[in-house]
Design a protein around this ligand. Structure first.
Ligand SMILES: Nc1nc2c(ncn2[C@@H]2O[C@H](COP(=O)(O)OP(=O)(O)O)[C@@H](O)[C@H]2O)c(=O)[nH]1
Ligand SMILES: [Mg+2]
Ligand SMILES: [Zn+2]
Length: 329
């Protein structure tokens, strides 16, 4: 316990000076670009840091235990403290890879442009529900919505199905600032991450909500290859309390299968309907007496959401296959 030893030995030194003598300290990861990390200590000071060893997999939002390597002037992240929640994705090999940690709310963003894919939104929502986080579906770039566009009715149907499933929805514009105050109220005092396809306006929304908090990431802003790290995850403080995490845009997303609720796959409406299924281990596909399939046939369950459920079942089966025989369940 370096901290308490230093406190006991140098009680008259100011707090920051005492901490400077401590080799070990707790911090929060506020930016992550692969294994390049930026951590913020209890005094609000940011430090570049590296995970110590392959086993340490720290992501943005993590609370970590750091150690100052006085000889090399480096800071090592020794371990990741227990997480309140984890948003993870499945790799092609079927393993789980954490993306961000300690979230209260997942904000899934779509926009008229780029062409939205509701199945990606669904899969993020499944990950959130399975991990016990709240989720919000945002339609951004409201200023681009042309009421005569036939797609508008389709987006309204998606949003209605999300509300019926129990998710909050909001239509906003980072450009015209429409409904940004309502969004701000939903985000206050929570840690939220913005996810979704590239170009939907995640970074623009975060800049509009947290304009004062453009943290300096120093060398993290440039990778060794000189690329600008818009692909890094970064945490921004909200002026009213709480934090927003900007995440890299994705082309596709599959939730980590081990984290998915095995019966409903994280679809709240499937979970509710499943109480009426004949078999407890019903997969809600072709099983006789399936209340979920019946609800879809009778249009009490949104047809597109049910199709999304079936697709995620297939993805899950494929990923379990990819894990190999020893991990198959
Ligand atoms: N018209 C309009 N364009 C927006 C809005 N929000 C973002 N954009 C534009 O969409 C593009 C992508 O935004 P960006 O924030 O980088 O998206 P990200 O990849 O999701 O982080 C940029 O050209 C933004 O100026 C909006 O509310 N309305
Ligand atoms: Mg961005
Ligand atoms: Zn069923």
């Amino acid at each position: 316990m370096w901290f308490s030893l230093a406190e006991a030995t140098f009680p008259a030194l100011p707090r920051t000076a005492r901490r400077a003598l401590c080799l070990e300290f707790e911090a929060q990861v506020i930016a992550a670009y692969g294994r390049h990390l930026l951590v913020r200590d209890a005094d609000g000071v940011s430090h570049e840091a590296r995970p110590f060893g392959r086993r340490v997999q720290a992501v943005c939002g993590d609370r970590v235990l750091c150690e100052r390597d006085a000889h090399h002037g480096e800071i090592h992240v020794k371990s990741v403290l227990p997480r309140r929640s984890t948003l993870a994705r499945a790799t092609l090999r079927g393993t789980a890879e954490a993306i961000v940690a300690n979230l209260d709310l997942l904000v899934t963003v779509f926009a008229p442009l780029p062409k939205p894919d509701p199945f990606i939104i669904d899969r993020y929502l499944c990950a959130a529900s399975s991990a016990g986080m709240s989720a919000l579906v945002l339609l951004n770039k409201a200023d681009l919505i042309d009421a005569t566009d036939p797609s508008v009715a389709e987006w309204q149907t998606w949003l209605a199905a999300y509300r019926a499933a129990g998710y909050e929805t909001l239509v906003v514009s980072s450009q015209s600032r429409q409904h940004l105050e309502a969004l701000r109220a939903l985000l206050a005092h929570r840690t939220s991450a913005f996810v979704g396809q590239s170009g939907v306006g995640k970074s623009s929304l975060i800049a509009a909500l947290a304009p004062e908090t453009d943290i300096a990431t120093g060398a993290l802003d440039k990778t060794e290859e000189g690329r600008h790290t818009t692909t890094a995850s970064r945490l921004f403080d909200l002026p009213e309390g709480g934090a927003l995490i900007d995440s890299p845009g994705v082309r596709d997303y599959a939730p980590a299968i081990d984290g998915l609720e095995p019966h409903s796959l994280g679809f709240p409406e499937v979970d509710q309907l499943a109480t009426g299924c004949k078999f407890l281990d019903c997969r809600h596909l072709r099983e006789p007496g399936c209340a979920v399939r019946l609800a879809a046939e009778e249009q009490r369950l949104d047809a597109r959401r049910y199709e999304s459920y079936r697709r995620l079942r297939r993805i899950r089966d494929e990923l379990i296959e990819a894990q190999g025989p020893c991990k198959r369940s």
